[in-house]
Design a protein. Structure first.
Length: 233
């Protein structure tokens, strides 16, 4: 946010949903005219973002064709890239979109967050053999490309699309809510596009890969629920 808040205006407006009532974060947001939301209850990714979009709609005018852009706090993106992205979206009018994320500031290691829809075997091989065939190799993708899904660390979606899907499914506390949203969007005929010329850095953590950690348990529960939905609904 340090490099973006001073540029708020016509192109974008920052909104922060704080899940832990961090007073320093609240002070920073108030000081820099960033819409700040917090609660005393620790909620998951899906519920927090649904709360944020609902609050934004009550406080500000959001056109049905405007975009919600969900960004993790550990994303670093230049303002000029936001402007460039805005111009691209104005031209192509995509339903959903994402960009090219890297794990380092030299932009030499891509974040494997753009993927095909997974099957159960993909999750198994990912955890136990560190191989996930659902990950899309983006090294030779130089044009806008329709993809199955991307992680919610950087996911843009038109307001009317988001609302037609009922937002994120809040039964997902953590993990797979992004897969679920993209899957439901695809079923309704909406398309998610990868925009390779817009690049940013994601300083991501991978705690969910530690077997039997709390995050690992969350992930397993989300996988089970996701496939329950797929085969029963």
């Amino acid at each position: 946010m340090d490099n973006l808040h001073i540029h708020q205006g016509k192109v974008f407006k920052l909104h922060v949903k704080d899940n832990v009532n961090n007073k320093k974060l609240e002070y920073f947001c108030r000081k820099n005219n960033i819409n700040y939301l917090s609660s005393d209850i620790c909620s998951g990714f899906a519920k927090n973002n649904n709360i944020a979009t609902s609050s934004i709609n009550k406080m500000f005018y959001v056109d049905s064709d405007d975009y919600y852009l969900f960004i993790n706090p550990d994303i670093l993106i230049e303002y000029k890239k936001i402007n460039q992205l805005s111009s691209i979206l104005e031209k192509f009018n995509y339903d959903l979109f994402t960009i090219d994320l890297f794990k380092d500031e030299k932009m030499s290691i891509r974040d494997p967050f753009v993927r095909n829809f997974p099957n159960i075997l993909d999750f198994f091989t990912s955890y136990f053999f560190h191989f996930n065939p659902s990950i899309i190799d983006r090294s030779n993708i130089n044009v806008h490309k329709s993809i199955d899904w991307c992680a919610g660390s950087f996911l843009g979606i038109k307001r009317y699309v988001f609302e037609s899907l009922g937002g994120f499914d809040e039964k997902f506390f953590m993990y797979c809510e992004d897969i679920d949203l993209c899957f439901r969007a695809r079923k309704k005929g909406y398309k998610l596009f990868y925009i390779p010329e817009i690049k940013a850095v994601h300083f991501c953590q991978s705690d969910n890969r530690k077997l039997f950690s709390k995050n690992f348990i969350y992930h397993v529960k989300s996988i089970i629920y996701m496939y329950y939905k797929k085969f029963t609904g």
